[in-house]
Structures are given as structure tokens and as C-alpha cells.
Design a binder for this molecule. Structure first.
Ligand SMILES: Cc1cc2nc3c(=O)[nH]c(=O)nc-3n(C[C@H](O)[C@H](O)[C@H](O)COP(=O)(O)OP(=O)(O)OC[C@H]3O[C@@H](n4cnc5c(N)ncnc54)[C@H](O)[C@@H]3O)c2cc1C
Length: 531
């Protein structure tokens, strides 16, 4: 192994090298590493790259205004409407403008995006997009195809060293600058801690779904990277905004498999057990209403015991060919979507909050950058527009690479990849015994519908679990949960993914993003608990 990855028991002083340390092997982390070539990069990933990442599970694809008649302005406008008043317009304009270039980068790395008969990129329609603009692969295989192509490119790139099965537990901060990470091997069950240092650290650890009982996210998506950054003093943003996917397949699996929104884009409809199409009276766009509206509609039916079902029987003609992933999930669960309706339930799916970054992916801490779902760049506001997240991951990771390439002079040494460690076994993250209690309180009190009393109960539970932690990894996870609870209690209105039954309206004075450090959050907890 190269000299910068050494086994330690106690943190020790470091000599800074030029290498960039990237935490996370999903789309954001790997794209950043590829874009940084030929600069020396070490990627640490909790699971083998391409696995344990939401990126590989993405079904619909990437939003980009590349279809006939579509425009960047239209993409920007749709995003602003979905984001419910708090999208950063400069950020989304930049992101939509750079989408086409990043799609072409992905084609260059070998991603086989679907084409029409004339050879142009084929685009599909998704909820809340006013045009067809989702670039896809074989219907619902976008994530898997993108990650296969990127993993193959990473393995061939000599400047990228990959440490797989390494769970990062802490950031090293020296004189106010982030200079490296402390990681544990064997998918986090190793005895020894490893210290990996570099000139800059990029966080790309993905989302938080596993803080909730029902989620579409892989086990690794539990907010550890976000909590680690908060503990190191980084500024966080919009932590109250969690997006629930309306249509996870309700067959009691953890994580819950997803029935992509594209099915509703194709005309699939939602019904309760009595056969009523319950979205019709709730929104003019019925099943194609914004995600949060559909999630609340389904949640109400499930809670009332009427159940919710997705009817694809007439909308999808050749299910196995058009939606092979969903078809596979259904078949595995004993459901034939050609003849039967699919039972669905809302599930924690995407996090609009996270580590605050500027337009180039720079965090508030020197030497520390972040990209992908662990960030809050302002692109999504209070509610992400479908398929904008893969786009955000590639746009910001490319901008980080561009900024760092200008800073770092030497290229990677020739034998750089010799230090790569590949894990073939796939251990999922070991659960802390209090994870069950945490997930229960998050789902019960900080889910689709929230109120002050429930959120105060959740915050008290979280504070109790934090006191009992005795594990740095759980400290990270519980810190993220705490910030979600504090920010949700503090916002006394409903907006986007944050819906309070005790404050069901939007309020003009809340038409702003939430920016907070862990220290600031701690300072307001006593007042919030008093109510
Ligand atoms: C089922 C599903 C379908 C989706 N469909 C779409 C879609 O069609 N279009 C779209 O735009 N978005 C979609 N999304 C959202 C999108 O996939 C994610 O927002 C995006 O992939 C996040 O990429 P990322 O690189 O930030 O994180 P991820 O891809 O989740 O990667 C995170 C990486 O960090 C690693 N990691 C985590 N913690 C640690 C740690 N402590 N130490 C080391 N490594 C760590 C993980 O193992 C993983 O390698 C979907 C999400 C899901 C779950």
C-alpha cells in the first residue's frame, strides 16, 4: 500500500502530499476522480465501487435539455417551480447549462445512452418536467449502465487508486484545514484505523435514506459523511428537506424496491383498494403532480388502511422490455405487473439538505469539497425535480476537478495504482444496536407528515441515543439525524418536502434557505424543546 495509507491507533502529524482524497465511490466520487486525471487521487469507498451506491440504482436517468424543442430556460423554470421558492437561480442556471457537456463526457466514458432512429439521444418525460428531457438507458437501466461504464474507466485510469471496503469515520483537521481522513477497513468491521492524507478532501458519500425505516436507498446511505462534516465544523444547508418517493414497492423489503416515476409518465394510475383514483381530487396533474403532493396522497391512503396501488396494466405494453428492473422486482415479490396492480408506499428517497457548497463545490472549510447527494448546493430548493440529482453529481464533481487541477501541479507518480485494495466480499455496514430506534423515530416523527409534538419527541430520542453512542460512526449518523430534527422543528411552515400538519401553509418570511453549523444547532435546542 502507498505510504499515505497507514494503519494507526492514534492520529499523528502528517506531511501533506498533492494527492486528492475522495470519500465515496458513487457517481459523484468516481466522476470527480476521472475528471481529475492525471492528478493523483485516492478513492475510499465503503463497498466495492459500483455497489453500495444509490447511483447504481437510478432508474429513470439524467435530466438535460437536449431534446427537440427543449430549452435550458424551460429546465431552469421547472426546477424552480418544483423547488418551491428557495432554489438558487444562479446555481440551477449553471447546472442546466452544463448538462449537455456532461452527458457528452459520460458518452465518452462509454455510457450507452438510448438513441432514436436518427441517432439523436432519446429522451423521456418525468413528473413535473414540462418537456421530455430524461436521457436514459434501456428504459430503466440508467444508473447501472452509467456506473458500469465509470467503474471500468476508473479501473483503467492509472492516476486513481481505489481503497474498497474502507469506511471513513472522521476528517483530519489541522490548523483549520481538512488534510485527510481516518478510515476503517473490512467494510468498517476492521480492527485498525487507517490515516489517508492529501492536499484536499472531497466528500461524496451520498444520501441519508437509511435514517428512515422505509427507504429506497442502499444501507451505506445513512448520512455518515454529512454528520462527519458537521462535526468538523462545516456549514450545513436545508437539513429539514427530505424527499419521499411516492411509489416504493410495498412488499416489506429493506431497502424497498422502487417503481420508477417514469411509469406514471407512461400513464400508470394510482388507486386505493376500493378502486378509487385518489390523486384526481388532490391535484390538477393527478399522478404527475410534484413528488411531495403524490407522496402525501399515497401516505394518507396507506395510513387510513385503504392501501395504494399503481396500475400499469394498460399504460405499459411490454413491461419486461420497457421496464426490466421494475419487472424483476415485481416478479421476485410474486407480483405480475401485466395483470396485477403494484402495492406502493412512500419511502425516504432523496435528501435536499447536506453540506453547503458554493458554485464550485467548495465547502466552508479550507481544503474540503463536496459533491453529489451529500451536498446542498441550492439546486433543488425544498423539493428536487426528478432526475436532477445525477446531473448535479456530474456537474459539481467536474467543477471541483477543474478548480483542483488549477491548484495541484504534479501529476500522479507512475506506480500510483499499486496501492489499490480491491474487496471482493461485500459486507453491508454493521448496524449500531440503536439504529432501529433511530429509524423508527425518524419515520414516525420526521417523515411525510410532521408536527411540533412529534418532532420534539424525535429530537429527545435522538439526544438520548447520541448520549449512549460510544461509536464515532454512530456519532456521525446521529449528528445528521439531530440536524434534520432541529431544522425541521425550527421551520414553522410547510414547503416542498417539509410538511407540517400544525403549520400547513407556506409563509413569506420563510422563503429562504436554512444555513446552520452544528454549534448553532446545539444553541437553539433548549428553545425548540420548550416549544
Ligand atoms: C432507487 C433510486 C433511484 C434513483 N433514480 C434516479 C434517477 O433516475 N435520476 C436521478 O437523477 N437520481 C436518481 N436517484 C438519486 C440518485 O441516484 C442519487 O442522488 C445519486 O446517485 C447520488 O450519487 P452520489 O455519488 O452522491 O452517492 P452514491 O451513489 O450513493 O454513492 C455514495 C458512495 O459513498 C460511499 N460511502 C458512504 N459512506 C461512506 C463512508 N463513511 N466511507 C466511505 N464510503 C462511504 C458509498 O458506499 C458509495 O460508494 C435515485 C436514487 C435511488 C435510491
Amino acid at each position: 500500500m502507498a505510504s499515505t495509507a497507514i494503519a494507526i491507533h492514534q492520529p499523528q502529524a502528517t506531511k501533506r502530499s498533492d494527492e486528492v482524497v475522495i470519500i465515496g465511490g458513487g457517481l459523484a466520487g468516481l466522476f470527480c476522480a476521472l475528471k481529475l486525471a492525471p492528478k493523483a487521487v485516492t478513492v475510499l469507498a465503503a463497498a466495492p465501487i459500483g455497489r453500495g451506491a444509490s447511483s447504481a440504482w437510478a432508474q429513470a436517468g439524467i435530466a438535460a435539455a437536449v431534446g427537440p424543442g427543449d430549452t435550458i430556460e424551460s429546465h431552469v423554470n421547472d426546477t424552480i417551480v418544483a423547488g418551491d421558492g428557495i432554489v438558487d437561480e444562479e446555481i440551477i442556471h449553471m447546472m442546466a447549462s452544463e448538462a449537455s457537456d456532461r452527458i457528452h463526457d459520460l458518452l465518452g466514458y462509454g455510457v450507452p445512452f438510448d438513441r432514436d432512429l436518427e441517432g439523436h439521444l432519446a429522451v423521456s418525460r418525468e413528473a413535473a418536467h414540462s418537456e421530455s428531457r430524461i436521457v436514459r438507458v434501456k428504459g430503466d437501466m440508467a444508473g447501472r449502465a452509467i456506473m458500469e461504464a465509470l467503474v471500468a474507466s476508473v479501473r483503467k485510469t492509472p492516476s486513481i487508486r481505489v481503497l474498497e471496503g474502507y469506511v471513513v469515520e472522521d476528517l483530519i483537521v489541522e490548523d483549520g484545514r481538512v488534510t485527510g481522513v481516518i478510515a476503517r477497513d473490512k467494510a468498517g468491521s476492521g480492527e485498525e484505523l487507517h490515516r489517508v492524507t492529501g492536499s484536499n478532501v472531497v466528500m461524496a458519500t451520498g444520501g441519508i435514506g437509511h435514517l428512515y425505516e422505509v427507504t429506497t436507498n442502499p444501507t451505506e446511505a445513512r448520512g455518515g459523511g454529512i454528520g462527519m462534516a458537521a462535526r468538523a465544523g462545516a456549514r450545513m444547508a436545508d437539513m429539514e428537506f427530505v424527499q419521499f418517493h411516492p411509489t416504493a414497492i410495498n412488499v416489506g423489503k429493506d431497502p424497498a424496491p422502487l417503481a420508477t416515476e417514469a411509469l406514471r409518465g407512461h400513464g400508470a394510475t394510482l388507486h386505493n383498494a376500493a378502486g378509487e383514483r385518489f390523486m384526481l381530487p388532490l391535484h390538477k396533474d393527478a399522478e404527475l403532480a410534484p413528488r411531495d403532493v403524490v407522496a402525501r396522497g399515497i401516505f394518507a391512503e396507506v395510513k387510513a388502511g385503504r392501501g395504494a396501488f399503481l396500475d400499469c396494466r394498460t399504460a405499459v405494453h411490454d413491461f419486461a422490455a420497457e421496464f426490466p428492473t421494475v419487472f424483476g422486482y415485481c416478479t421476485e415479490a410474486g407480483i405480475d405487473p401485466v395483470t396485477e396492480m403494484i402495492p406502493v408506499i412512500p419511502a425516504a428517497h432523496y435528501f435536499m439538505g447536506g453540506i453547503w457548497t458554493d458554485i464550485n463545490g467548495r465547502s466552508s472549510l479550507p481544503g474540503f469539497w463536496a459533491c453529489g447527494e451529500c451536498t446542498s448546493t441550492g439546486a433543488h430548493g425544498a423539493n428536487r425535480l426528478a432526475s436532477n440529482s445525477l446531473l448535479e453529481a456530474v456537474v459539481f464533481s467536474a467543477r471541483i476537478a477543474e478548480a483542483l487541477k488549477a491548484e495541484i501541479k504534479p501529476d500522479a507518480p507512475e506506480n500510483w495504482q499499486d496501492g489499490s485494495v480491491t474487496t471482493t466480499e461485500y459486507l453491508t455496514e454493521n448496524d449500531h444496536p440503536n439504529m432501529v430506534a433511530l429509524r423508527q423515530t425518524m419515520s414516525a416523527n420526521l417523515g411525510v407528515l410532521r408536527d411540533g409534538e412529534g418532532m420534539r419527541e424525535a429530537l429527545n430520542t435522538i439526544l438520548h441515543l447520541a448520549r449512549e453512542s460510544h461509536s464515532v460512526r454512530f456519532d456521525n449518523v446521529i449528528t445528521t439525524a439531530k440536524l434534520i430534527a432541529v431544522c425541521a422543528l425550527n421551520r414553522t411552515e410547510s414547503r416542498g418536502g417539509h410538511f407540517r400538519t400544525d403549520f400547513p401553509e407556506e409563509h413569506a418570511e420563510w422563503k429562504r434557505r436554512t444555513l446552520v453549523t452544528l454549534e448553532q444547532a446545539h444553541a437553539i435546542i433548549p428553545d425548540l424543546l420548550e416549544g
